[in-house]
Ligand binder design. Structure first.
Ligand SMILES: Nc1ccn([C@@H]2O[C@H](COP(=O)(O)O)[C@@H](O)[C@H]2O)c(=O)n1
Length: 298
């Protein structure tokens, strides 16, 4: 039994599928598993003490890193594009060009602002970014069992790395695929490296980057964590996936989006700011089938 799956914040469309997938993953063992997780609002909290937790973009957009005019433009862009990002009335394909526009405009603004590399660490320290409760167990458990953790983020990779470094969980089993900044020799931002990653093109990055990571090869079982429907595509780089269990954090616009999430993710966590459920699932993968699932009768 995984008691955490009975919490009122957990919605499971097809419990038998979850049970069967866990059974197969347990049988295959930790050596066949990889974990793929989105970062912002998935590994980090969405809200804390009634306030929204900043994501990796928000950390960079602080007034002491960029000027007033830039802050206002960032806010305007967010007000225009974030509703498009999360609406269920447009398909992913319809959202894509808007996301490219949003990310491109933001990257251009940040480049114009000449963001300095040496200020990033301070920006993270001063921010109120916070990883989800239970993060230490999550990161340490994966390290201990030598399970690779692929963090797949449409945020800013340099900031993401700094967040996990400052929380002392940037372990060697972690691989990050994200938008990385390109600094000139004086440490001033001059471009973003490589292909742009936004919320809805993670499948392209998965196929071009993740597919080539040798640490992930021979691990056909996937525990996937995300907070956006686009995150479901993060496992697209796996050549021959066998068992995939997807967990979706439904953080905002709950009523409007619940149906779409329940129809898309295996397990939906509604406004749950913890990693308790993924941690319980990881624990269960280590225990015998009888112990972990026998009391489950849903
Ligand atoms: N200018 C922007 C662009 C994106 N965001 C948000 O960041 C999130 C980053 O993506 P993850 O893959 O790590 O979830 C994304 O969900 C956007 O809402 C932003 O705040 N500002």
């Amino acid at each position: 039994m995984i008691p955490e799956l009975s919490r009122s914040s957990v919605i499971i469309r097809e419990f038998s599928r979850v049970k069967e997938t866990l059974r197969a993953m347990q049988a295959a063992g930790a050596g066949s598993l990889q974990v793929i997780a989105d970062f912002d609002s998935t590994l980090t909290r969405f809200a804390h003490n009634g306030a929204q937790v900043p994501n990796t973009h928000n950390i960079l957009e602080k007034k002491w890193l960029v000027n007033e005019d830039c802050s206002e433009k960032v806010m305007e862009l967010s007000n225009t594009y974030h509703p498009i990002e999360i609406t269920t009335s447009l398909s992913m394909e319809e959202k894509m060009p808007h996301m490219v526009e949003w990310w491109t405009k933001i990257h251009e603004l940040l480049i114009q602002q000449k963001v300095r590399k040496d200020l990033l660490s301070h920006a993270v320290k001063e921010s109120s970014v916070i990883l989800r409760d239970g993060y230490k167990v999550f990161f340490d458990c994966l390290l201990e069992r030598q399970v690779p953790l692929l963090i797949f983020s449409a945020g800013v990779g340099d900031v993401l790395e700094e967040v996990i470094r400052q929380n002392h969980v940037f372990h060697p089993n972690i691989h990050v695929i994200s938008n990385y900044m390109d600094f000139d020799h004086t440490g001033v931002l001059r471009a973003f490296k490589g292909q742009l990653i936004h919320s809805y093109n993670k499948h392209e990055a998965a196929q071009s980057h993740a597919a080539g990571l040798k640490e992930l090869q021979g691990r056909p079982n996937v525990l996937l964590l995300g907070d956006s429907l686009g995150d479901l595509k993060m496992a697209d780089g796996i050549a021959e996936p066998q068992n995939t269990l997807t967990i979706g954090f439904l953080n905002e616009q709950v009523e409007e989006r619940k149906e779409a999430y329940v129809n898309s993710f295996d397990v939906v966590l509604v406004q749950d700011e913890t990693l308790d459920v993924p941690n319980a699932i990881l624990r269960s993968l280590n225990r015998s089938l009888g112990e972990s699932l026998s009391h489950t009768n849903r």
